[in-house]
Design a protein around this ligand. Structure first.
Ligand code: PGA
Length: 252
């Protein structure tokens, strides 16, 4: 039985004061939500603030990126150990904004996933096609390649990874994929994981949908058999709205 996961991706939003205010408003709203793994992935500068606010709650902390080296002359980068030190349990890797705006390659994403796993951080590995790729019926082929290259030479002994299917055209646009389309792709992703890791492990890996998730559509996604949760951007920035998504996601 896979535990539902609702993760917030704050992207480049929120000052330290705003993060503190958010935590104080949000945590009381989700105290009883022990059936759902709730994750907040804030900006690096907010990690220490949230690390101080979260103890006593079941909400977990995640980062939005990492670099694969442990330390050294890598200006502007951050290591897995630094994220662990900041209280992170998870790290988003290969988000489409990083793939498309920062030119992150599948090979580098693969290194990052390995670095996270080597340091016992759980990667939230993002995959997803662009609109032209979908329109040209290439969505499956693209996602299959991303999975294959991202997980190249990575052996998993247990379900120590989360996958997020985020079609690029649905991110931040208000146009979500239909629950049927998301289920179809996520079932396909699980089939790819079965090829790589066998049925039992593939069945235990959490796979999320992301892209314009909000309170009005979360239940439709969660009702699908292969969709285990959501990675939420814009709608996670408001504590009441995000708590609503957690509640509605759990009720299905
Ligand atoms: P969105 O972002 O919910 O604002 O579409 C999702 C994401 O990028 O993870």
């Amino acid at each position: 039985m896979r535990k539902p996961i609702i993760a917030a991706n704050w992207k480049m939003h929120k000052s330290m004061n705003e993060a503190r205010d958010y935590a104080r408003a949000f945590l009381p709203l989700v105290v009883d939500e022990t059936e759902v793994e709730i994750i907040i992935c804030p900006a690096y500068t907010d990690l220490a603030v949230l690390q101080a606010e979260l103890p006593g709650s079941s909400v977990q902390l995640g980062a939005q990126n990492l670099f694969w080296e442990a330390s050294g002359a890598y200006t502007g980068e951050i290591s897995a150990l630094m994220l662990l030190d900041s209280g992170c349990k998870y790290v988003i890797i290969g988000h489409s904004e990083r793939r498309h705006m920062m030119g992150e390659s599948d090979a580098n994403i693969n290194r990052k996933i390995k670095a996270a796993l080597d340091n016992s951080l759980l990667p939230i590995f993002c995959v997803g096609e662009t609109l032209p790729e979908r329109q040209n019926n290439r969505a499956r082929e693209v996602v299959k390649e991303q999975i294959k290259k991202g997980l190249h030479e990575i052996s998993l002994a247990s379900a120590g990874i989360v996958i997020a299917y985020e079609p690029v055209w649905a991110i931040g646009t208000g146009i979500n994929a239909s629950a049927d389309d998301a289920q179809e792709m996520i079932e396909f992703i699980r089939a790819q994981l079965t090829i790589l890791y066998g049925e039992q492990l593939a069945q235990s890996i959490g796979i999320l949908y992301g892209g314009s998730v909000k309170a009005q559509n979360i239940a439709d996604f969660m009702a699908k058999k292969d969709i285990d949760g959501a990675l939420v951007g814009g709608a996670s920035l408001n504590p009441n709205e995000f708590a609503g998504i957690v509640r509605l996601g759990r009720d299905v």
